[in-house]
Design a protein around this ligand. Structure first.
Ligand code: MF3
Ligand code: CO
Ligand code: CO
Length: 264
C-alpha cells in the first residue's frame, strides 16, 4: 500500500474536519479544572461533536487489529500517561498535566489533534516539558515541504528534545490520515535526515510527538489501551494534522483558540 495524494475536494473536506477537531479542543479548555473527571470531559466532547458539530468521534468503538474496541470518544492522558488514556471516574487535581486527543469525522474525512492542558499550577518541570513538546511539534511541522523526507521530520524533533535530557517515544508515531483514521505513512518522531519516503504535495498526515521527561521506555496497562512511561516520568504530547503544499505545509487542525505558531 502506498501513500495517498488527496484531491482538492478531499483536502477541502479535511480542512473542515480539521477545524472542527481543533474547535473541540477550544471548547473543552475552560472545563479542564481541578475536580472535573475525565469521564465528564469525555461526555462534554462527545455531545459537542455529535449534537453541535453533527460529526462523529472517531475513537468511540475504534478497534484496530488486536485491540478491544476503544470505549470512549476522546483520549485523556494524565502526567506519566503517554497516550490513549481512557477517560474515567478519577478527578483531575491541581498540578496535573493532561493531554486531550480528539479525532473527528465529518463528511467521511478525519481531523486529529491534541494539546496539553494544565490543571491549576503544575511544576516548572511539567510546564517546561509541555512547552518543549509544543516547540518540538513545530520543529517537525517546519521540516515539511515537497521533496523533504519523512526522516527530516523525525530528526528535527529528536535533535531538539534529546539535548535537553528528554526522550522520544518510539512505539507510537504520526500517521497518514484522510478517509481512514490511520493510513500510510508512519511518521516517526526520531530518525535521520534524508531517510524514508519523500514528501509530495497533497499528502496529509499527523505529527504527534510523545516526549518523556525521563527514559523512552513504555508500559502498556491492563486496560488494553493506556500507555505509560516505564519509569513513571512525566510525558507530554501535541498533535496537528498537516497537508503538504507547494510552499511547504498547511496545518489543517486550526481554530480561533488554537495556540499560535511559535516564533521561528
Ligand atoms: N488520536 C490517536 C492518534 O493520534 C489515536 C487514538 S486511538 C483510540 O492517533 F482508539 F485510542 F482512540
Ligand atoms: Co494521530
Ligand atoms: Co490523535
Amino acid at each position: 500500500m502506498s501513500v495517498s495524494i488527496k484531491t482538492p475536494q478531499e483536502i477541502e473536506k479535511m480542512r473542515i474536519a480539521g477545524r472542527l477537531t481543533s474547535e473541540v479542543l477550544d471548547y473543552i479548555a475552560p472545563f479542564v479544572k481541578a475536580g472535573v473527571t475525565t469521564n465528564e470531559l469525555d461526555k462534554l466532547c462527545h455531545d459537542y461533536i455529535v449534537d453541535v458539530q453533527h460529526a462523529i468521534p472517531a475513537p468511540l468503538n475504534y478497534a484496530p487489529g488486536g485491540h478491544t474496541p476503544y470505549p470512549k470518544s476522546i483520549c485523556t492522558s494524565i502526567n506519566h500517561q503517554i497516550c490513549h488514556g481512557i477517560p474515567g471516574d478519577k478527578a483531575l487535581k491541581n498540578g496535573d498535566i493532561v493531554n486531550i486527543d480528539v479525532t473527528v469525522i465529518k463528511d467521511g474525512y478525519h481531523g486529529d489533534s491534541s494539546r496539553m492542558y494544565m490543571v491549576g499550577e503544575p511544576s516548572i518541570q511539567a510546564r517546561r516539558l509541555c512547552e518543549t513538546t509544543w516547540l518540538a511539534l513545530w520543529r517537525g511541522i517546519r521540516a515539511v515541504k515537497p521533496g523533504a523526507y519523512l526522516g527530516d521530520i523525525g530528526h528535527a524533533i529528536q535533535s531538539f528534545v534529546e539535548p535537553m535530557g528528554y526522550s522520544v517515544v518510539r512505539e507510537f508515531c504520526g500517521h497518514g490520515i484522510g478517509s481512514r483514521f490511520h493510513e500510510e505513512p508512519q511518521v516517526l518522531h526520531y530518525g535521520r535526515p534524508k531517510t524514508g519516503i519523500k514528501l509530495e504535495v497533497g499528502m496529509t498526515f499527523t505529527i504527534e510527538p510523545m516526549i518523556n521527561a525521563g527514559k523512552k521506555d513504555i508500559k502498556q496497562l491492563g486496560d488494553g489501551w493506556t500507555v505509560v512511561t516505564k519509569d513513571h516520568s512525566l510525558s507530554a504530547q501535541y498533535e496537528h494534522t498537516i497537508l503538504v503544499t507547494e510552499s511547504g505545509y498547511e496545518v489543517l487542525t486550526v481554530s480561533d483558540g488554537c495556540p499560535p505558531p511559535p516564533s521561528p
